[in-house]
Design a binder for this molecule. Structure first.
Ligand code: HEM
Length: 317
């Protein structure tokens, strides 16, 4: 749902508001690395420029461990994405990034121009690496978008104050309060495999019925929503998912899947879910892995806002 700006549990200026809003029609995820030879002061100068250019709404900024370390700073709770190996040997990869910008909008030309402006502003301290084009799929009026498989994605997201409680740090420390930790993974779907499954098999992989989005009690334990049922963890593992389908044409064919993004007050809830999906709790891997696999995986920290700018005091800026 779209979080209304009128009923915040914490100061509205405190978080990057794009995180709470429903997913936009179009988006780009731009991943940056630290340029070779860039020292702390070069990084700080670029981040000062970024600080006032990011409104938290049309651009959400997130920083990784590499950058925090390069600034000799500390963000309690931020760590690298762990490499996980499923019982069948499949590896859930870790691909750290120094900086990620989630550009949100509705006009691809405008997003392209904005990407260029931000890229220029971050040079020469940061090099842009991968830029992933993403979009909302399904009825634009519906409460949630859909994954490219057609299944509604986001049904069980917490809403309102529960969304804020799940996604943002509260009552910790100035500079940390209002911030959010994000786990981002680029999943590649194999549609040949997916389309070879019967309707029932597909529903049992997800644990929901495509036609009416009903949760299926008789789905197997490997069903995605049984693996990740947020109340079933101890402690409960609520996250705010803001995933979007992505598409890219590569070597004569479309490559596509889900740009999965889970925002949390810590990284623990995501990690508990991911470990169970990988079969590390009970040997049962998530049905999704039968047709989709993560190509990337990164943990980043989204700083809070202060007076309309990114609050970068934890990064000594
Ligand atoms: C190929 C990648 C993925 C696809 C296509 C996908 C799709 C879906 C769909 C269709 C649902 C059901 C509707 C909903 O509640 O949103 C769902 C639920 C959920 N997914 Fe995923 N998902 C993917 C990856 C992940 C990953 C990597 C995680 C976390 C590690 C995750 C966590 C969750 C959670 C927490 C729920 C709600 C469970 C509940 O409390 O009922 N998903 N996902």
């Amino acid at each position: 749902m779209v979080m209304q700006d009128s009923t915040p549990a914490i100061s509205q200026s405190a978080h990057q508001s794009g995180i709470l809003q429903s997913i936009p029609a179009l988006a780009r995820y731009a991943f940056f690395s630290i340029a070779q030879g860039a020292d702390a002061s070069t990084l700080q100068t670029a981040l000062k420029r970024l600080q006032s250019a990011v409104d938290g709404k049309t651009v959400v900024a997130a920083f990784g461990v590499q950058l925090v370390n390069a600034l000799s700073a500390q963000v309690p709770g931020l760590r690298e994405f762990p490499v996980l190996t499923c019982p069948d040997g499949l590896v859930i990869p870790s691909t750290p990034a120094a900086l990620m910008l989630w550009l949100r909008g509705s006009d691809m030309g405008e997003l392209a121009n904005r990407t260029r402006t931000l890229q220029r502003l971050l040079a020469p301290a940061f090099d842009v690496g991968v830029v992933v084009d993403a979009f909302r799929h399904g009825d634009p009026e519906a409460a949630h978008g859909r994954d490219l498989t057609g299944y509604e994605d986001g049904t069980e997201n917490p809403e309102g104050e529960e969304a804020e409680a799940a996604a943002f740090v509260q009552n910790a420390a100035p500079g940390l309060d209002g911030s959010s930790f994000v786990a981002v993974q680029r999943w590649l779907h194999n549609f040949e495999t997916f389309e070879s499954f019967s309707t029932e098999e597909r529903d049992h992989i997800m644990g929901r019925r495509l036609t009416d989005n009903e949760e299926l009690d008789d789905a197997p334990e490997s069903a995605h929503v049984k693996r990740t049922a947020q109340e079933s963890f101890e402690p409960e593992a609520f996250v705010l998912r803001r995933s979007m389908p992505w598409l890219q044409h590569e070597q004569g064919r479309d490559a596509s899947g889900l740009m999965f993004a889970a925002y949390g007050k810590s990284l623990d809830a995501f990690e508990a879910q991911m470990r169970r999906m990988a079969g590390l709790d009970d040997g049962i891997t998530d049905g999704l892995l039968r047709f989709s696999k993560p190509l990337t995986g990164a943990y980043l920290w989204c700083p809070p806002m202060h007076d309309g700018q990114l609050d970068l005091r934890l990064l000594k800026i």
